[in-house]
Design a protein around this ligand. Structure first.
Ligand SMILES: Nc1ncnc2c1ncn2[C@@H]1O[C@H](COP(=O)(O)OP(=O)(O)OP(=O)(O)O)[C@@H](O)[C@H]1O
Length: 771
């Protein structure tokens, strides 16, 4: 090594040692904070009894300290990842949380990445330094500093910088090249400038983030949730943030990102998961889901509800007081008109209908007895008796029943007559018949927006339910208090010296007993309450949502403080979005803002070249995102006779598995082929699964449809029968684009017929290499 080389090495070793000393101080601080929080939690848990107010405060403290502990544990790995050296000689370290020095007037030891002062770490460039001289990315493993990357922001650097304007390029590329684990990782240490602007955008109004595949939309959406909770804590901790993803597998994939960012005030859900008490496990064709997603379903549901407000053809006869009593068409029609005129939802207007009917029936009975002989009190008595009569009640229920959303929708879809009446003005015969299904069929995700809509049309007479809930809460509270009391009596637990972390874990479990009460986070409460409104709503893969799904989300967010991320070139759902304007204008007219992400962090340039041809074949003026890197692997194609596909694929997949080592391989198949041959393929390979459950992504090989792979990524991807994929639906070409852009390293295309014309370049470039 030359002298200069030796010098550089010495400097590097010294710098690493200095950073290590600093990190030791930070971790010492972290340990102190943990110990202090554990102690406070112990004190809170030991303290029991007292008036309800004191208990409520204790519940809140328990939650607060438990949350804090979770947060302090989540930051252990990679707590400090960067440093900024400013013009005046000042330096700041940046990390996953903020730490302060109490002994030095609370000087910051570590800046939380979300704090305004940390912003130059993401935004400063050589051309716009913002007072920054040097940005340093630290490479650490747990508490150990391994290395660092420095960027000197001066004019020379400005001239030499890459045209993508990347910050911390080496650190970024190392992260992007890493093997995938089946779980998304946070990007706090390498957020890029265009992403930072989205993450830190103001909270008012609707922000649409349009970006091609791999531009970090999901990552940005999640970091934005964390940023908003940090910055607008007061506002958001009361109402919570809702993050909506396309399916449970995707939620599982992103589920770990937020806790590691230290946030718990967020509800992650699909639209299908937003109706409390329902797990939408049913499946149906894309065509049926599309029909259910149309805005015109509001007319169908309105008609379905009105259809449950009947009048007799002439009259209905019941026996009251051993005499016949008639519910006349004329009276019922008048009662129905009055009830409908109130414009109240069905279950609340029902009261008006019944009042009117009881009044008419009272008069009928009075006439029978001789009305002139009766006074007010007699009439009241008759009215009370009529109300108590089961036969009268049954007859009135026939005319205007109390309904639940589930009952109404199940009875609507399983009754050809009801369906025909409700859809008469809206659907043709074929579409109507497509909706028909047997009673008790499991709920599908597309049913959920319908149930939500019906819940609005029916209204809830929930007085009884609320009373029951409050009683149950009181009982649980009493139970938990009892347990705490027993703990307190226990000498061992009361002995401070003997309490250790394991005791606190038990206590955490105990605190779970308080779940349904005051210590619930906004997100937890929201999950149990259909009418909850959120402080902010973030929607990922927003292009997939139907018009009916948008109505659900808009109901959950009357303030319209929303971030919608998506890519209209990737829309797969038949009822999904082609234009953001079309989706949003009914709710906010033109009062929404769009920003674009342009850099692709996932798909290497070799693969993106091919995907770009597919994008160009779509009817869109969208630009493809620019890849930050090449992988050195040309995509390959392989033609295999159709009847040899299932026997040849295992060998091809095996080759890819060897290439990616401990990484992940995804095989993307057209839905028909997956259901036909998926089982046989999965059995022919070790550790291969058909991806139906959320944790299947952690398997080395997973077989999926494009729809299931949306939003996900893998080290290597095999796209099987691209022609069938492109022709499977109206949006097939979009699906093909999605399929091609899932790989972080390698792409193979396996086909039995001719390659679709849009993929001609893949055969030219990579050629038929495999096998
Ligand atoms: N600034 C960054 N630093 C490190 N990794 C990043 C950065 N931005 C994005 N990534 C990584 O790039 C990959 C793609 O990101 P993400 O899934 O968020 O993209 P997307 O736009 O949602 O893609 P798609 O539209 O295809 O679903 C992920 O592995 C993500 O961690």
């Amino acid at each position: 090594m030359s002298d200069a080389g030796v010098d550089r090495e010495t400097v590097r070793t010294e710098e690493i040692a200095a950073e290590q000393r600093y990190l030791n101080v930070l971790y010492g601080k972290l340990d102190d904070l943990r110990a202090e929080t554990i102690q406070r939690l112990k004190d809170t848990l030991r303290d029991s009894g007292g008036p309800p107010q004191a208990r409520t405060e204790r519940d809140i403290s328990t939650r607060m300290y438990t949350d804090k502990l979770t947060q302090l544990s989540a930051v252990e790995h990679g707590m400090c990842f960067g440093r900024l050296d400013l013009d005046g000689g000042e330096t700041f370290h940046v990390g996953r949380i903020g730490l302060f020095d109490e002994d030095d007037e609370y000087e910051p030891l570590l800046l939380d990445w979300r704090a305004p002062a940390a912003r130059p770490f993401y935004l400063a460039t050589a051309a716009a330094r913002d007072g920054v001289q040097r940005r340093r990315h630290l490479k650490t493993s747990w508490r150990k500093v391994l290395d660092y990357e420095d960027e000197i922001l001066d004019l020379d650097a400005a001239e030499q910088g890459s045209d993508l304007g990347l910050a911390g390029e080496a650190t970024l590329l190392a992260r992007l090249d890493a093997r995938r684990t089946g779980q998304m990782q946070d990007i706090v240490s390498t957020i890029q400038a265009e992403q930072d602007r989205v993450i830190r955008a103001g909270m008012n109004g609707v922000l649409v983030v349009q970006g091609g595949p791999g531009t970090g939309k999901t990552a940005v959406a999640l970091h934005r949730a964390a940023y908003l909770l940090y910055t607008f804590r007061e506002q958001l901790s009361k109402r919570g943030v809702l993050v909506v993803g396309p399916n449970p597998t995707f939620l599982r994939y992103i589920g770990q990102v937020l806790p590691s960012l230290g946030e718990t005030g967020v509800l992650l859900s699909t639209v299908g998961g937003l109706y409390p008490g329902i797990t939408a496990t049913g499946t149906e064709s894309a065509q049926v889901a599309e029909i259910k997603g149309r805005l015109s379903m509001t007319d169908v549901l309105n008609a379905a509800v009105r259809d449950r407000q009947q009048v007799p053809r002439d009259h209905v006869e019941v026996t009251f007081d051993r005499e016949p009593l008639h519910l006349h068409r004329k009276d019922a029609t008048a009662a129905r008109t009055r009830a409908r005129r109130t414009r109240r939802p069905h279950n609340l207007a029902r009261r008006v209908f019944r009042e009117e009917m009881f009044r008419a029936l009272t008069m009928q009975v009075a006439d029978r007895l001789g009305r002139e002989l009766l006074d007010r009190r007699d009439l009241d008595e008759i009215n009370v008796e009529l109300r108590a009569d089961p036969e009268v009640a049954r007859a009135l229920d026939e005319l205007w029943p109390e309904l639940t959303p589930k009952l109404l929708l199940d009875e609507l879809l399983s009754s050809p007559e009801r369906l025909a009446t409700a859809t008469a003005k809206v659907l043709g015969d074929a579409e109507r018949d497509a909706l028909s299904r047997p009673a008790g069929t499991p709920w599908t995700p597309a049913d959920v927006p319908l149930l939500d809509e019906i819940a609005e049309l029916l209204g809830e007479d929930d007085a009884q339910e609320r009373a029951d809930r409050e009683r149950a809460e009181r009982e649980e509270l009493a139970y938990a208090q009892g347990v705490l009391h027993i703990m307190e009596q226990d000498e061992e637990i009361a002995d401070e010296e003997r309490l250790r972390v394991s005791d606190v874990l038990d206590a955490e479990l105990l605190a779970e007993r308080f779940r349904t009460r005051s210590d619930l986070t906004a997100a937890e409460r929201a999950a149990e309450d259909r009418t909850w409104t959120f402080g902010h709503v973030i929607v990922d893969e927003a292009q997939e949502l139907s018009e009916m799904a948008w109505r659900v989300l808009m109901r959950r967010c009357p303030s319209r403080s929303m971030t919608l991320v998506g890519d209209v070139a990737q829309t797969g759902a038949l009822g999904g979005t082609q234009s953001w304007d079309q989706v949003l204008s009914p709710y906010v007219q033109d009062r929404w803002k769009q920003v674009e992400l342009t850099i692709n962090y996932r798909t290497p340039a070799e693969i993106m070249d091919i995907a770009t041809d597919v994008l160009a074949a779509m009817d869109t003026d969208l630009q493809p995102p620019r890849s930050v890197r090449t992988s050195g692997h040309q995509p390959w194609t392989r033609r295999v006779p159709a009847d040899e596909l299932t026997t040849t694929l295992p060998g091809l997949i095996g080759d890819e598995l060897r290439e990616v080592g401990d990484g992940r391989v995804a095989v993307l198949l057209p839905p028909a082929l997956l259901s036909e041959s998926g089982q046989q393929l999965a059995e022919a390979l070790p550790d291969a699964v058909i991806g139906t459950r959320p944790d299947d992504l952690e398997s080395p090989t997973v077989l999926l449809t494009v729809d299931q792979a949306k939003g996900l990524e893998f080290d290597s991807v095999l796209v099987v029968e691209p022609e069938a994929m492109a022709e499977a639906s109206e949006r097939g070409i979009n699906d093909l684009y999605v399929a091609l852009t899932r790989a972080t390293q390698r792409l193979g295309i396996v086909h039995s017929g001719d390659l679709p014309a849009v993929l001609a370049r893949s055969a030219e470039n990579g050629g038929a290499v495999a096998g």
